[in-house]
Structure formats: C-alpha cells, structure tokens
Design a protein around this ligand. Structure first.
Ligand SMILES: CSC[C@H]1O[C@@H](n2cnc3c(O)ncnc32)[C@H](O)[C@@H]1O
Ligand SMILES: [Zn+2]
Length: 436
C-alpha cells in the first residue's frame, strides 16, 4: 500500500465542527487511512504528492439511497406520482432488465457519482453482484442490497440471491463493498416476510435497507391493512431493535414516530429532490435533527431525480427546508454538508468515515476554488453548499487510492461507458417491445 501527501491545500475541511477549517495545510495518507491532518512531519516520505493550491480538501460525499442502474431509465418516465410511476412505467420495463443492463447502467452511475464527488453509495436493486463489479472497476465504495419484494414468484429468489450476495461480497474488495438486506417497503413486504428477513440479517450479521413512509398513499394503505402506520408497524415487529437499519425517505411521520427513529438510531436517507419530483412531500428533517436522528442525504434513483449529483442535493436540502418552514435559519449550510458526509457515513453504519481525522478511511475529494462563481470567499462553507457545482470536483480519492484527477476517471473509459449504456438502453426497449 502506498502513501500520499496532499500539500498546500488552500483549506482543509475536516467536518469535525463548523469552525474547524485549516488554511494552507497538508494531509497525509498511508495505505487506506488518513495519517496526519494539518501539519505533516518532515520525516513522512510519500510515494505521491498532490499539490492542492487553490483547492479545498474535504471528505468524499455519501449517497445514502440509490438505485444506480436506473440510469438506463433516466427520462423514461417523468412527472408522475410514485405508485403510478412504479406500477405503470418502471416495474413493467424492469421486468426485462438483464445482468448486462445492470452492469453498464451501474458503471454509468458510478462514473456520474465520482464526477460529482461521491465516494460511497448505498444501492438497492437487482443483479447486485454486477453493481459490485461496476463499483470495483470505477474504484468507488459501495453498500449494496438486493431489493426484495415479499410476495409473488420472486420472493424466495430474492432471499436466496441476498444470501449469495452476502457470501460473495460482504466486506470484500479490500473492504470497499458491504452488503445489507433490502426488503423494498412495508407495502411490498408483509410482516411475516419482514420477520424472515430480520432473522436472516441477524444470522448473516448485516443491516437492512428499506423504503419507509415515503407517501401519504403508503401510510393510508398500511393503516387500512394493519391498523397502524408504517413506522409503528416496523417498530411493532422489532425491525429497529439491535440491528443497523437504513430507512429511505421517512417523509410522513408523527412526532411519536420521529422519536422512535431517533431513539433507535435508525439511519434516515433524506432524498429531497426525488420527494419533490414525485410530489411525495417534505420530510420533517429539521425536527428529526433536533431529536438527534441520524439523517444522511440520498439522490434516490436517477429515474426519479433525475441525476446522482449530491452537490445539488445538499443545496436542495438546505433551500427546501428554509422555504417549507418559512425560516432561513433552518438547515444551515454546515448542516447540509454534515448530512452529505459524516452523518451519511453514520447512517450506513460507518464510524471511521466522513471526517478527515487520523485513523479514518481516506475517502477524500478536492474541490477547485479558482472559479468565478466561488469568489469572493466570505464564507467557504456557504460557497461549497450554495455556489459550488459537480464540475468543481477536481480529484477523488477512495480508500487511499486516487480514482479521478483533473476530472479524468482513471480506471474507466468514460466514452465507452456512455456508448455501452446507451446501447443497452436501446436493446432493453427493443426486448421489452418484442416480449410483450
Ligand atoms: C426491488 S429493487 C428496488 C425497487 O425500488 C424501485 N424504486 C425506485 N425508486 C423508488 C422509490 O422512490 N420508492 C419506492 N420504490 C422505488 C425500483 O424501481 C426497484 O423496483
Ligand atoms: Zn428508492
């Protein structure tokens, strides 16, 4: 394992507190971990040196909820509510997806994510071994769950494939891939199925990734079927007890439910842009944060967002909650950055990621500040959240390895990925038309 010195950074933002910014500082990496932050002793002899003059060095961004291969379905179905979008458009075409489609769609997603500063993503989809391969090729860290629908012909298959995914990939690829179980949602997974999934998660010692309380329609359906709300139903069956749970959306919550999620330290993936686009609602994030809940940021899939850009998602989160509460002090810029880094890492169960500290995993991005829209610099944090864009991400390091430099992906041919993903999309549509 090599060593790397990032020197002369205009600023280092360790994400250990809003006032903790180091100016004209250095950072050293040895192997996959951060060794020094701020001052690096003269005896440290790096294999590689990166000059970060004019750049800010900060933790890589964490995308807490995605369906990466849905890049192939970007702009395929828009401007619909969730259930109509899923039932009439998405599920019918997903029935024709094959493993090659998922591989190239995921490669395209990984390229897009790295180019916008993401170093770790949580994904729930099908053919997840192929998603792991794509992540490994690009060099991005991944937290993967095989999506499980708990009724119909594929319910058993989803369980078997989840076990296989854990056996093949959990903590593999130099620790860069982790696996969770992925029961899709309370409205697609009845309690008896969820109880099997919980037992399996405990036997395999992995966490659970689920969609939860996304729409009013979901809450009404669950109330009608089970006489209680989705979060309370999950609490009653013991989902949150003694295991890592990542719950995507959590839009429609009562005060009591917010306390349940906060007290159990459930990782909440807030997806403001998907929630806006599908008109699902506005998650009560400011109140959840007041209660101490662990809230990270996600894009959701590229077919409901329609991009995988966490720089935009940070800005959207900060702006949405200000206008929704009619209070500009709500969700300040630093809080949005925390959700995209350290809180996101915690939501996925990492306690050594998302901050720049000695001993932490070296997932780091360099943002080029020498741009007209990033001057003047009254407030670096405000500039990063309100003014910076994906195109300002210059260098990306994951697990101590540089995977993008000067915006060039080092381990994948971007043009080939675009061409192959486009070809898979055309084939998918043709296959769907002929199999009708
Ligand atoms: C069973 S694999 C995952 C499954 O989830 C679908 N999906 C994509 N976005 C959403 C969303 O916002 N809510 C619920 N389900 C969603 C995806 O198309 C796959 O079928
Ligand atoms: Zn989703």
């Amino acid at each position: 394992m090599g060593s790397l010195l990032i020197k002369n950074a205009t600023a280092i933002l360790p994400m250990t507190g809003p006032d903790q910014i180091l100016y004209n500082a250095d950072l050293a990496i040895e192997g996959k971990e951060i060794k020094y932050v701020g001052n690096v002793p003269a005896e440290f002899q790096p294999d590689t040196v990166i000059d970060a003059r004019g750049k800010v060095v900060m933790p890589g961004l964490v995308n807490c909820h995605n369906h990466a291969a849905m890049t192939l379905l970007r702009s395929y179905a828009d401007d619909l509510p969730l259930m109509e979008w899923l039932q009439k458009k998405i599920w019918p075409i997903e029935a024709h997806l094959n493993s090659e489609d998922v591989y190239w769609g995921s490669l395209l997603a990984c390229a897009e994510m790295v180019k916008s500063g993401t170093t770790l993503f949580a994904d729930m989809y099908f053919e997840m071994g192929r998603v792991a391969e794509a992540a490994q090729v690009v060099g991005i860290r991944a937290n993967l769950a095989r999506g499980m629908i708990g009724f119909g012909p594929n319910a058993e298959r989803a369980i078997n494939e989840s076990v296989e995914l854990v056996e093949c990939w959990h903590c593999k690829a130099d620790g860069m891939v982790k696996v969770m179980l992925g029961p899709h949602a309370p409205y697609t997974c009845p309690p008896e199925y969820l109880e099997r999934v919980m037992k399996l998660a405990d036997d395999l010692k992995v966490g659970i990734h689920i969609h939860l309380a996304e729409t009013k329609a979901e809450v009404e359906e669950i109330k009608e079927k089970y006489g209680t709300t989705p979060v309370k139903l999950m609490d009653q069956i013991g989902l949150f007890k003694g295991r890592q749970v990542l719950a995507a959306h959590c839009v429609h919550l009562t005060d009591e439910e917010m306390e349940i999620l906060a007290n159990h330290k459930v990782g909440i993936a807030h997806n403001p842009e998907s929630n806006m686009k599908l008109a699902s609602g506005v998650a009560p994030v400011p109140r959840l944060l007041e209660l101490g809940a662990v809230v990270g940021l996600g894009t959701d899939g590229p077919s409901s967002n329609n991009n995988l850009d966490l720089m935009q998602e940070m800005r959207s989160a900060a702006l949405l909650h200000k206008v929704f509460t009619m209070n500009p002090t709500v969700l300040p810029a630093y809080t949005a950055l925390e959700m995209a880094t350290v809180k996101g890492a915690q939501a996925l169960g990492y306690d050594n990621l998302g901050q720049l500290q000695p001993g932490y995993l070296a997932d780091i991005i360099l943002i080029d500040l020498e741009k007209p829209h990033l001057y003047p610099r009254h407030d670096l944090i405000a500039n990063l959240v309100y003014s910076a864009t994906a195109a300002d991400v210059d260098t990306v390091i994951v697990n101590g390895r540089v995977i993008m430099t000067e915006r060039k992906l080092l381990f994948v041919d971007e043009k080939e990925v675009i061409e192959r993903a486009e070809a898979r999309t055309k084939e998918l549509l043709a296959r769907a038309a002929s199999e009708k």
